[in-house]
Ligand binder design. Structure first.
Ligand code: ZN
Length: 379
């Protein structure tokens, strides 16, 4: 039996305060593949926690039967700091209340930290080079002296993830269909995951501009490849942000289905010894720059004219914004129109909007000039 619960106690920022991070491991420690799974880095996003709640017994049973062929490290609720921030009976799980920093932004750019350490050590063997890079990152992580609880948490997560082959970060949207964010160079490699999850879309970006967790390792390997063109360096980790519908979609039935999808993905990869049915193909990847984040151009009350999954044309009305001030207050409606052809992937659950509120994500196929090379995230 390798299935085991672990706890890591992280010192807090206030005297006497500490936080306990719970995590699990399963599968042979010396397995050739390591999988790092985590949910609720945005601590107010629970569907992933529900999915991992249902996946853990599957891993425990497979472990007991000797069917795990990879080392699994699972953080069902990876951000206990974010769990603790409740204000005026509301849970603030997305941002560090002390600094305002989004928990899934500003993750480190690792390549510059290890460039010197790997110089002169690369060979013509890619496995060796991968090992050299991972060792250098591990050494750098060991040298870090985090000053705050938030930094200690980030370091603990990176120490687990940095040498993993598959890193899946489970999130959710506001009100949404399932989708994946990943790097373009990891597709179509991760299409089997998209199929097993039955996502509506896979959105790719090399750099969304925010330093998201799932971009840390692809960035590291991509930069290592570009800086050392004479040496074979693999993309050493398949990483993705998995968006499991909307925040309210935390239910046993969905969690069970999502856990089964992950189980079948791992089984399909030979990481769990189990026979699984073929997956139904999901749509292929599209550049995130082709997804419009439609924002309110005025304050008011949103009256949607579209539902999730609806296909819209450029110029179609996505929602009316009911005026809440001026001569037309509570009578007038102003249409907010789609800026591209595509599918409605997400909507806002809160219908009171201010200027700039995100109203919908529309997954199109054509790169939008306003998005190209810009900051892609909603924040
Ligand atoms: Zn999130």
């Amino acid at each position: 039996m390798t299935f085991q619960q672990h706890t890591t106690v992280l010192a807090g920022d206030a005297p006497g305060q500490s936080t306990t991070l719970y995590w699990y491991t399963a599968g042979p420690e010396d397995a050739p593949t390591k999988v790092h799974l985590q949910a609720a880095m945005h601590a107010d996003e629970q569907p992933g926690t529900m999915a991992l709640h249902h996946l853990l017994p599957m891993l425990r049973d497979a472990d007991a039967a000797g069917r795990l062929k990879a080392r699994f490290v699972v953080f069902p609720s990876v951000n206990p700091l974010g769990l603790a921030t409740r204000v005026l009976r509301r849970h603030i799980g997305r941002y560090d209340l002390e600094t305002g920093v989004n928990f899934n932004r500003r993750w480190p750019d690792l390549y510059p930290q290890i460039a010197e350490a790997i110089a002169g050590k690369l060979t013509d063997d890619q496995r060796t080079n991968l090992g050299t890079i991972r060792t250098a990152v591990g050494t750098w992580l060991d040298q870090q002296r985090p000053a705050t609880a938030a930094q200690r948490l980030r370091l603990a997560i990176l120490k687990s993830a940095h040498n993993a082959d598959i890193v899946l970060d489970l999130h959710c949207d506001d009100e949404s269909l399932k989708h994946i964010f990943t790097s373009p160079d990891l597709m179509p490699g991760l299409q089997d995951l998209a199929d097993r999850m039955q996502v509506a879309a896979t959105l790719t970006a090399e750099d969304s501009g925010g330093g998201s967790f799932d971009e840390v390792l692809p960035n590291l390997y991509r930069k290592a490849q570009r800086a050392n063109p004479g040496f074979p360096i693999p993309m050493g980790a398949e990483t993705a942000t998995l968006e499991y519908r909307g925040q309210a979609d935390t239910h046993d039935a969905m969690g069970r289905e999502d856990a089964q999808g992950l189980h079948d993905f791992f089984a399909g990869r030979g990481l769990i010894d189990a026979t699984v049915p073929d997956a139904t193909p999901a749509p292929g990847p599209t550049p995130f720059e082709a997804t419009e984040v439609l924002r309110a151009d005025r304050p008011g009350l949103l009256a949607y004219r579209v539902g999730l999954g609806d296909r819209v044309k450029k110029g179609d009305v996505v929602a009316d914004i009911i005026a809440m001030d001026g001569p037309d207050a509570f009578l007038g409606r102003n249409p907010l129109r789609a800026g591209t052809d595509g599918i409605i992937l997400s909507r806002a659950s809160a219908k009171y909007a201010v200027v700039g509120s995100s109203v919908a994500k529309i997954v199109g196929t054509e790169i939008l000039p306003a998005r190209a090379g810009g900051y892609l995230l909603e924040d």
